[in-house]
Design a protein around this ligand. Structure first.
Ligand code: TYM
Length: 329
């Protein structure tokens, strides 16, 4: 049995990048008896941007509701909020002793955050990968289903785990590796010509978005004047539209537009309309379930309570061993 851990930061509802980069794999893994899955809401991670107290809980619940509406089953996986597991911050503290300033400063996501938000470069941001390592190592995970942007963070989690093992002369922590059923973590693009769909990039198409909002977002997608040479390579912005189409539309629709592109008679207006309608169709059953679950706060509380109990049982067993290894008793 392999241990699986993954999470999503509670800085907003889930978008298509979260779904196709991560949740899609969560859903498959939960059905596979080879995997014991721990999926969580990374709400401590959201504190780097100092949300208001009311928003903190609200955001945690939003991710929970989205998880459930996507089909995560709390009877098959351990589903919990990171902030309900005090063992995680304790392991984070211990791992911080093994994490060096230089290596943390070199992390791409840190450098990016510093560039975008110079006035809030806090230590939590710098040690973000250490908290992530604690999330993963606390259950001694083997596999971590994530999108491509998290691959470097996982490398750090392996480094910290290996450093611990080496320092104390054991093999307590297994090496956690990124996992997807296709073999390679993906990047779901945004439609603004940028490489990646992201909550902080303002280009997200959310599972909860109303059809009208989705139509507007998709119709605004960056395009060009269209191909003039048959079978020419697509520019990045057009590739992005096609990549999203491949995720939400059926193969014949994708083939139809590929052919039109290759024959230079593609109409981007039609392509975008089709993409918008297929995203709306894809979201519809999830949205319907969100509308049901969102009102049932008792159910949400019950799920979090059950998840916290199961997660803490595993987390405290790891932490007990870690303390013993370090000599804290
Ligand atoms: P977060 O909240 O930014 O994203 C959650 C998951 O969604 C994936 N993802 C994407 N995948 C493909 N294309 C995109 N455009 C895209 N946008 C987001 C992310 O790769 C991720 O898998 N630090 C993490 C949360 C976290 C975590 C962990 C993950 C905290 N602790 C432990 C795994 C294990 C984060 O901010 O992801």
């Amino acid at each position: 049995m392999e241990i699986v851990v993954s999470g999503i930061r509670s800085t907003g509802c889930l978008h298509l990048g979260n779904y196709f980069g991560a949740v899609q794999n969560f859903l498959k893994m939960q059905e596979d008896s080879n995997y014991h899955c721990f999926f969580f809401i990374a709400d401590f991670h959201s504190l780097t941007t100092h949300p208001k107290p009311d928003d903190f809980r609200k955001n945690t619940n939003e991710v929970l509701v989205d998880y459930l509406a996507c089909g995560l089953n709390p009877e098959k996986v351990v589903l919990y909020a990171q902030s309900d597991i005090p063992e995680i911050p304790e392991l984070y503290l211990l791992l911080n002793m093994l994490a060096y300033k230089g290596e943390l400063e070199r992390v791409a996501s840190f450098k990016d955050k510093v560039r975008k938000n110079e006035e809030n470069v806090n230590a939590g941001l710098l040690t973000y990968p250490v908290l992530m390592a604690a999330d993963i190592l606390i259950h001694r995970a083997h596999k971590v289903p994530v999108g491509k942007d998290q691959v470097q963070h996982l490398e750090m989690a392996r480094n910290f785990g290996n450093r611990f093992n080496h320092l104390y002369g054991n093999d307590f922590f297994p090496e956690p590796y990124p996992f997807t059923f296709t073999g390679t973590p993906i990047t779901v693009p945004g439609l603004d010509g940028s490489g990646k769909m992201g909550k902080s990039d303002g280009n997200g198409i959310y599972l909860r978005d109303e059809p009208e909002v989705i139509r507007k977002k998709v119709m605004k997608a960056v395009t060009d004047s269209g191909p003039t040479v048959p079978n020419s390579e697509k520019p990045d912005a057009i590739k992005n539209i096609f990549q999203l189409l491949t995720l939400v539309s059926d193969a014949s629709t994708v083939a139809h537009f590929e052919e039109a592109y290759n024959n230079c008679n593609i109409r981007y207006g039609d392509l975008k309309k089709q993409l918008a309608e297929d995203i709306i169709l894809f979201n519809a059953p999830i949205k319907e379930r969100i509308d049901g679950i969102i009102r049932d706060t008792d159910y949400q509380q019950m799920v979090l309570k059950l998840g916290a109990e199961k997660s803490r049982a595993s987390a405290s067993a790891t932490l007990k061993e870690v303390r013993k290894i370090i000599g804290i008793e």
